[in-house]
Design a protein around this ligand. Sequence first.
Ligand SMILES: [Zn+2]
Length: 173
Amino acid sequence: MMKKFETTIAVTVVDYDELSLTMQSLLAAAIMARHNAQCGYSGFAVGAAVRTLAGDIALGVNVENSNWTCTTHAEQTAVATAVTNFGANVEIEAVAVVAAHGTERINGLLDVWGPGPDGIEAIFGPCGTCRQILLENAPAKGSMTILVLQPNGTVAVMTLDDLFPMAFGPKNL
Ligand SMILES: [Zn+2]
């Protein structure tokens, strides 16, 4: 008997000042971290900040490598920093991500850097690899909140459960 399962995802788009103060500061941390991105090959600078259940913050940027393959992503770096600083069992309740070409400086929280080359402002989230990496340290209860600053200056708010359905994670082993 054939069975069909479907899922929907929810993305809430808000203005910066509609975020809680905690999430505002997390996004600000990602914006500041982004200035240190090592992105000389792609020119695409990404900053990430993760917040642990204990309220600690860890930062990350993309770190590009001349052989390309060894390049790491900002979310990946932030998770590695959180594990390094707070231990292997750290639970991450939220991550903020800010990504734009390096020539497009994002100096303020409300900067707008415009639509992509095709003129379309599509909502984007962390890449597939980073979704898998984030899942490893997702909170045991509830889902991880994901904030992504969008090119028009708004903030897309999602959960990892929504963005990564049917994932293979620690609970499957
Ligand atoms: Zn990624």
